[in-house]
Every structure is written in structure tokens, then in C-alpha cells.
Ligand binder design. Sequence first.
Ligand SMILES: *Cc1c(COP(=O)(O)O)cnc(C)c1O
Length: 444
Amino acid sequence: MHFRDIPQIDKIINDDKFKDYVKPLLTYIAKNEIASIRQKLQDKKDLNLSQDDIFEIISKKYDKFNRQKLQKVINATGVVVHTNLGRSLISEEIFDSVKNTICHASNLEYDLQNGRRGERYTFISNLASILFGCEDALVVNNNASAVFLVLNTLAKNKEVIVSRGELVEIGGSFRVPEVMSSSGAILKEIGTTNRTKIQDYENAINENTGLLLKVHRSNFDIVGFTKSASLQEISALGKDRNLPSYYDLGSGYLGELPYCLSKDEPSLDKIANSVDLLSFSGDKLFGSVQCGIILGKKKYINQLKKNQLLRMLRVDKITLSILNLTMFAYLNHSYNQIPTLNLLNRSEGELVEIGEFIIDKVGLKDISITKTNTYVGGGTMPNKKLPSIAVALDGDAINLERKFRDKNVIGRIEDDKFMLDLKSVLKSDINELVEIIKEVLSDE
Ligand SMILES: *Cc1c(COP(=O)(O)O)cnc(C)c1O
């Protein structure tokens, strides 16, 4: 082909084929594509593209671009708190109730009673204190921010004592040693990978110690010959030596979890006062919006509030509104407004019923119900299997996985079988899922 065969940008974007496309986006993609064709011709590459071919390429690139847009998917992986799929879901009821607050002016930093400037965190802090039974609380952008803020406030240029068994990497570049060094704190490792005693903490304390830190082993487990110091021991040692103690809990839950999950992990209200400060993610097991919730002693929360960094890590009105309502839902025991808890607590019987409903509606024979196991996800309780029920599909698993993914349904492959694990599927998505299964199976 020749340079003269390259269509004009104007001609492309005004073509009838592209009449429903977003013009600036189409122009951007078309210009890039044309530039790349020109370059190839200049490099004397052998190109033979018709105008239709070029239109086709541009249309594909446009679709590919749009595919990256943040959009709804159906989570049929079984993993309820799926970090790649948006972690905890917000209930439609809560979302509808926050609309009025966030689409209008609000008292975000205004004291309605006295008609003067107010504080962004007052209400949420009070609510958290009631809910968790702690002295005070603060909310920041996420739990990583919480860790950073605590370290920077209480231990800048000072040593933070932490067990070698807890120098964790959460994923997505959150590594305790790295976070520590960028916060300005100095890591003081103690103990060994599998065993750390309270005496190790005690022996490591010197005049430059700033903080005693415990980190939850969120996404791994150490088994066998192990020992670690308890929160109570660490907190008592801190009190004795006049040092703050802090627990990076990571996840953390309130209310009822299935027994297999809760038997080794105390709920938040049971541990909120066991150390001076404790932080966890708002969107893991707590089941709310992305944020980091810090609970603890007034004295230390006040210090955090005075840190300039808080301005950078602060949450906006959307987050605060949603978190407010989740906390109210907990106070009222309206667990139906907390999808994460709802999904985790659905019984095998309920899942079987949903599975049978799906199979009945699909009405084809290459689909069946199967028992399976899943995990909570979100770097939470990696060793705790949760019994679940999946819809298994006959046929080439890899092919099926892609076909469902093309329709925004994310399942998983187990023993060479493609499965839609129902543990993580919202009830309100079941009818849509049925339609998608029909579509996919009908062109198999
Ligand atoms: C998840 C987790 C974090 C990071 O929390 P984000 O809310 O993702 O920022 C930090 N520490 C622990 C132990 C965690 O499990």
C-alpha cells in the first residue's frame, strides 16, 4: 500500500460506522493508528491494508480501550473479598441513602449546632467509639495509610520493634519493612521467622525505641514449631516501659462470621482495647468502603490528628457517608446492609437452592451443581477453607473461562472444570447470570 491509501482522519471519524463512538476518543485512537501505519510504510514494511481493514483495526482498538473502563462484573470466583474485583461491595440500600448527602452540599466540616467550622472526623470517631468500645478513632484513606500515619507520628527516627515472623508483604507493594523506612521509622527486627517471645521485645527496647508493633499475618500462616507474643503481653510491656503498642490487624470483623472463620480470630470489639492503637481496612471483612480505621487511646489519636500527613491521607465525603451508614447498620444489627457478611454467612443449603434455580432456568444438561471450597480473600485468613457450592460446566474450561470473562462473569477453573462458585454471587445478579450462561452455552 501507499501513503495515499491511508484514509484521512476526518473521513474515518465521520464515517457512518463510527456514528455512536465518542469522537475525541475515536480521534485519539485513529490518529495513533494512522501514525503507526505511516511509520511502518516509512520503514518500508510490506503493508497491505484496505480501508475496511484499517476501520476494523481502529474499531477493535476502541473496544479494547473501553474494556479497561471501571465496570460491573459478576464475581463467581467464590472469593467474597476479592482484591482484584473491588473487595467489599456496598449495599444498594446504603448507596441510595448516601446519594442525597454527596449530591448536595453537606456539613462535612461545618458544625450545624453552633454555626461554625466543624471537624470532619468528629461524628465518625464518636460512632466508632460506641461501636468498638474504644476511647477514640480516626479514619484515613486505607489501612496502608493508617500504618504509615501511625509509624510516622509515633516513631519517626525511632526504632519500631517487630517480630521477624511478621515482616509481611500484603501484595500490591505493601511490605512492612519498606513502609517502615518510607515513614521514617527504623525497623528493629526481633526473634526468628517461626518463634518470637515477649522477652525478645523486652531485650530490644532501648532509649531510641518508639513503638511496639504487631502485624497480623493476613495472607500466610506459620505452622509447626511456632511462638509469638500475644497482644496482651505486648501491650503490658509497652505500659511498663511507657511505650505505645500498635496492632496492624489488616482485616478485622464485627458481628457474626461462619464458625469456621471466627473460632481463632476475635472480633473487633473484643480486641479494640487490647493495645494503644489498632488499625484495619474498611473494605475487607468489615464490609464497607475503602478506608483505614484506626482505633485507640485518645492521647495517641490526638497526636495522629496533629500530623500534617493526615491532610494527605484524609477521606472524602463519599467515603465518610458510606462508612457512617455501615457503622449504623452494625449498631442496628442490619446485617442485610453489609453484603460481605451476608455472602459469607449464606448456608450451603441456600447456595444449593440458588444452584438448582440456575440449573432449572438454564435447562441444559451440560451444567451441574458441585460441592467445593473457597476462601474469604482480601489477604484474610488464607488457611480457612469455606465450604461452598458451584455450578460446574462441561466443556473446554479455558475456552469457557474466556467466554464468560468476555461477558464480565469471572469464574474459576478447578480440576480442569470451569466453575461458577455461588459463594460470592449476589442474589440480585442471579437472573443476569442465568441469561449469560444460556448465551454462552448456546454458542458452544
Ligand atoms: C490489607 C492489609 C494492609 C493494607 O491495607 P489496605 O486497606 O489494602 O491499604 C496492611 N496490613 C495488613 C496486615 C493487611 O492485611
